[in-house]
Design a protein. Structure first.
Length: 82
């Protein structure tokens, strides 16, 4: 269950910092404020789910069969560049 708060008298430097971060990170002001509260209160919410490709770092394996299969993609068709 989530709660709703109204916060008054937010100092201008805090408002500016929240709005700047929200814009930089492409998040809502609400999300930035909730994250800041969680950090400030040392409340560890569920870990954020990442959709990046970091899990692939260091996993490259050479595969000669694959290299042969894509070799034609390395060829430049000079007729197409006229």
């Amino acid at each position: 269950m989530s709660m709703q708060y109204t916060i008054r008298s937010v100092p201008e430097p805090i408002d500016r910092a929240v709005r700047d971060r929200a814009g930089r990170e492409g998040k809502s002001i609400n999300a930035v404020v909730v994250e800041a509260l969680a950090r400030g209160l040392d409340v560890h919410a569920a870990r954020a789910q990442h959709t990046d490709l970091d899990h692939l770092i260091g996993s490259w394996e050479e595969d000669p069969a694959f290299d042969r299969a894509i070799a034609d993609f390395e060829r430049i068709d000079s007729d197409a560049w006229k």
